[in-house]
Write a protein that binds this ligand. Sequence first.
Ligand code: BES
Ligand code: ZN
Length: 461
Amino acid sequence: MSPPLDAVRQYLQDHADRNVGDLCEFLKIPSISADSKYRGDVRRAAEWVRDQLAACGCDVELVETAGHPIVFGSICQQPNAPTVLVYGHYDVQPPDPLDKWQTPPFEPDIRDGHVYARGATDDKGQMLTHVKSVQAWKNAVGDLPVNVKFVIEGEEEVGSNNLEIFLEEQRDRCSCDIAVVSDTAQYGPGIPAITYGLRGIVACEVTLTGPRQDLHSGVFGGSIANPVNALCSLIGKLVDDEGLIQIPGFYDDVLPLTDEERQAFDELPFNEQDYLGNLGMSAVFGETGYTTLERRWARPTCDVNGIIGGYTGEGPKTIVPSFATAKISCRLVPNQDAEQVVQSLEQFLRDNCLPGLELSFTSWHGCEAVLCDTSSSHMAAAQAAIETAFGKAPVMIREGGSIPVVATFKKVLNVDTLLLGWGQNTDNLHSPNEKFSLEAFHQGTLASACLWHELVQHHSL
Ligand code: BES
Ligand code: ZN
């Protein structure tokens, strides 16, 4: 390692406990963006991030939006070095169901080498690694080898509605050579990874409305369409028993996997029995002709997320319900157009709806899938940084989840994103007992510190 990096490593070792203490302080703030009762706490979390960045020597500002504020910070003192934009979010998911937590979600508890709290991995702990690495460079060396900008938002868990507006309005201020996001996971315990692809998503809701009120199913049943039966039949037509989505044209633009990529996926360690055991399932199911990793990372899906309708209380109630609703989401893969998928999904539902029912359809904002260049010098820098910090070269993976901002960075700022996840998919994100390994927190912080160094090394190659 180079002398400055040695000093940074030493500083991080000496300040490991303080960094964990700061993370716990951050995790105590219940910054639940979805619930307006917590508005004040969400702002308190933004202010906490602002103060941390200011303490690292960043110029920093809370930028007001129509929703929660965005923290924008920058430390740009190297006119000839690359500029990195770090994105993260300080908001968290609601902690419900509360009775499933072993310790309260906003009272961080350290046990078995992990910190347990809502937001531990998603995304407070992961995001803080980059703040702490900047602080280490600043305090141990005096300045950073690269320019770093931070965009830390408070609305990721509710759809990032104001982020694109912010990036478009402040395009120049956000200009950079590469973006860095730590909001994914390692491939598995002891297997660090870089994620070079994410699926996109579209989400919608369909309601079938029948009679103006619930009816006696003996008196009227059989003479008109039952909205709940009709909805189940409709959603039953979406995917066949081979896992193939039946919406006409759905696969037209899908970018097929290359032989090389399939082989690379096959070379990753994967034990189907362990996978199923973790999920409490006895068999896999999915599109015929694809492996589990291929299905999760590189094939599109159509999932019903929930259905509402009819009588769901105790005991029987013999009615023809007046309406039924389903929430549906599709995960998208590269080259699929979110807008077009929404349109063909709506058309399919309308074409297959039984007569006499009124169908209403709403869709929310979606995002397209992303694939990042794996042969860039930035990618090589990230690989080297992770190898130094984790003692092992990262595997290259794709992920099935979605991070809408990555496509926005490409569109608005014309940059790729390095998705450097320090967490594990088993960290219970969005679930009770969310956790983050303290070892991963420290390794991630060191990897971030090494990344600033490696980006300069690879920049001049
Ligand atoms: N960090 C996740 C996405 C993720 C998880 C990517 C694991 C890769 C591996 C993110 O916070 C998330 O939950 N995103 C949502 C996006 C949606 C609400 C637009 C998702 O994927 O459902
Ligand atoms: Zn999340």
